[in-house]
Design a protein around this ligand. Sequence first.
Ligand code: ASP
Length: 503
Amino acid sequence: MGYEEVVMPPVRRRGRCSQFIIDNLLIIMMIVAVAIGVGMGMGLREHWAYYEKRKMHFLRFPGDLLMNMLKMMILPLVFSSIISALASLDIKKSGKMGIVAIIYYMSTTLIAVIIGIILVLSIRPGELGNSDLDRKGKEKTANPYDALMDLIRNCFPPNLIAACFEKQVTSATPTNFTISNATDDYVTRDVPKVGTGSGTNILGIIVFSIFLGIIIAKMGEKGKPLVDFFESFSLAIIKLVTLIIWYAPFGIMFLIAAKVIEMEDPAKTFTQLAYYMLTVLAGLAVHGFIVLPLIYFIVVRRNPYKFMYNMVKALTTALATASSSATLPITMNCLQENNHIDERVTKMMAPIGATINMDGTALYEAVASIFIAQYNNITLDVGQVIIISLTSTAAAIGAAGIPEAGLVTMTIVLTAVGLPVEDVTLILAIDWFLDRCRTSINVLGDSFGAGIVDRLVLGPRSNRNLDNGIMVSGIELEDTVAYKDNKAFQPDTKSKSMEKTAL
Ligand code: ASP
């Protein structure tokens, strides 16, 4: 294909060294921010009564700004990333990427569910500890069939602009119907109605972007202006995200402090639900620290813990925001900048992963449902356990990447096996905490997924055909990045576009 072999220029030591300090400085700042946030929250709890809402409102302000900044990036990032990634890949590679991604998402989510089920069946948290749990809040119910149909319906939003701020939601109202005019007999039937609910329909936007990206790729030369537009747009957004990342530690500190103050009677909650909490945490730990790293190691043959360390900024943000979607900009930044995942893979995998791949949520849904069964002395047979594992996987796919979304979709799992839906209120008190932990594992699963797809679809890094069309062989990735960053050695854009068409 006429690739040029290049002799690598010497890497500028000072640049790499200062880059190392900058990256680690941010990671340190994030960890310190979490610690200060917890400390500040604990300290202020002593002095602020729970009804001092105005003070808490002020305290949350810097954190709210961070949430807004991150959320502001989601839409432009999802649009431009997916379109530009697909438009610059050939159809074969996109197809392979899609297949590998689906296999990875489905298998890891199922593994997470199985880990959760094994743990909850062996620890039996519902039978241990307090038999009289406090209830909190009110459950939200969801009909499993409506929820499934809404999931599919939302893939095709009727209005793309409306999809940016609302989703389609089916609600059913029980209504009486008279059977005949002669008698007063009537029957009661649900009347389903498709309405709208607030929240971005990211799934719809992803589906639209995937199709548009593929079509642009197929258009060849005629699609080139659009490819350039979306590539440049996505680059600009990624640069904006870099700015937000410097503000993140400050915002995270206040988000965490406010959450610590808002906790109602944490000692009681933590003791009452201790076994349940420990079961979920143990499951998340096994999945996040053993299973996912092992899969990554087997496929990629690289140090998974170094990969995880490089994701710390995203994991801390997930912990602070409890939202995979809000963390998305930082996840992409860490994958590209720290783990050097190919930008086309990052742009494709990160937004889709943040929306549909939720290992932590699936594990938690399975544990929570079986916990509720144990608490009610309901014995589940093998068939019901299998239904729980399948519906937990589906419910996690359906859950949005926003705080406590898993709690709503869990009613699907409960309904499927006939468990009392209102018992969700038993575990609500601790959900804010578990939500943060499972969101971090969700983000970790997405990240390892990108690493694995990068390796399986684009091949070993040491033998990679960079998208600038130059074959680089037998060199370490860091060197290739240094090479890419070195302006003096950039190939001209003409050969780049020619190579892309050839791909
Ligand atoms: N908060 C989780 C996320 O954004 C979803 C959930 O489990 O509630 O990934």
